[in-house]
Write a protein that binds this ligand. Structure first.
Ligand SMILES: Cc1cc2nc3c(=O)[nH]c(=O)nc-3n(C[C@H](O)[C@H](O)[C@H](O)COP(=O)(O)OP(=O)(O)OC[C@H]3O[C@@H](n4cnc5c(N)ncnc54)[C@H](O)[C@@H]3O)c2cc1C
Length: 275
């Protein structure tokens, strides 16, 4: 098959946010998300696949073909299309968030946080694995991290909870956050809890409040049918990875999907005797 890989970030996408990947049994040991991405790029090069860095803005069908519109490369036609668009941050109801985002101090994952935080205060809101992993990651970058959780406990695997417990990350449970102000100079928040109101100031706010499948391109083709499987109602259109999952999103199943979607795409082309 003549394969074209197009993505608006380096191959590996969200894995760059991972502090330490240790749940892939075929890796010789734990790897940072960025090192994992280098490994992926190496494998792609070995397979002779050159990734094109571009954003796909639109997709339509043209007979048995799909035509995708990329930002820089214009229209690209293909006979089989695999959408592996991953996820995007879930909508967040924090009042004032949209305007505050312009300050550059609000982040939806750790990738946009400065590399060196040099003692700056980082406020993490969220209590799941991404929040815990990112709190430790921000601390690695030199930040003083405070983590505020809406529930009364963390929802993380035991090893991560223990590591957090040993770290200097501060915790607060049962808090409802409110953004007071955010500017290029820093931000202020009010954290409400049963025991009262606490004012917190910081350099950066990291909101880890869940992600949802990024389905914008799929909906342009999918005729209102919710996706649930690698193959779709449209012949030649396949899905792979986190785009398919509401929960339990991990690298291994995403890679398995990719392999199966590639095989299905090959079968589709062979059935139609096309290459
Ligand atoms: C903090 C954190 C830590 C994690 N740690 C682990 C871990 O240790 N182990 C583990 O197994 N999993 C971990 N994960 C989960 C893992 O990152 C994901 O399950 C995995 O990245 C999913 O891969 P994917 O290819 O489906 O989606 P993604 O990695 O999200 O990749 C999708 C890519 O498609 C791009 N894209 C989307 N739409 C378009 C478009 N229109 N045009 C061009 N490009 C587009 C996106 O920008 C992105 O680069 C972690 C996640 C987070 C947030």
């Amino acid at each position: 098959m003549d394969v074209l890989l197009v993505g608006d970030e380096p191959p590996g996408g969200l894995t760059a946010a991972a502090r330490r990947i240790e749940n892939l049994p075929w890796l010789p040991g734990p790897l940072s998300g960025r090192d994992f991405q280098s490994l992926l790029s190496l494998r792609l090069a070995e397979a002779g696949i050159e990734p094109f860095n571009d954003g796909i803005r639109d997709v339509r069908r043209d007979g048995a073909c799909f035509v995708v519109t990329a930002g820089r490369f214009g229209e690209i036609s293909c006979r089989a299309l695999i959408l592996a668009c991953g996820t995007e941050p879930a909508a967040c109801s924090l009042p004032g968030l949209a305007e505050a985002t312009l300050s550059g101090r609000i982040h939806r994952d750790i990738r946009s946080l400065p590399e060196s935080l040099a003692g700056e205060r980082v406020i993490v809101v969220g209590g799941g694995e991404a929040a815990a992993d990112s709190a430790l990651g921000a601390q690695d970058r030199g930040g003083r991290v405070a983590m505020f959780v809406r529930k009364d406990r963390l929802t993380v695997r035991p090893g991560l909870a223990e590591e957090l417990g040993r770290s200097a990350v501060e915790f607060g449970f049962g808090y409802e956050p409110r953004l007071v102000s955010a500017s290029a100079g820093g931000l202020a928040m009010e954290m409400m809890s049963a025991s009262g109101l606490r004012r917190v100031e910081g350099g950066h706010l990291l909101l880890c409040l869940g992600r949802r499948p990024r389905l914008d391109l799929y909906w342009k083709l999918g005729r209102g049918v919710r996706p649930g499987r690698i193959d779709t109602v449209i012949p030649g259109l396949f899905l792979a990875g986190d785009i398919l999952r509401e929960r339990d999103r991990y690298i291994e199943p995403a890679m398995d999907d990719g392999m199966l979607a590639g095989s299905e795409a090959g079968r589709h082309l062979m059935r139609r005797r096309i290459s």
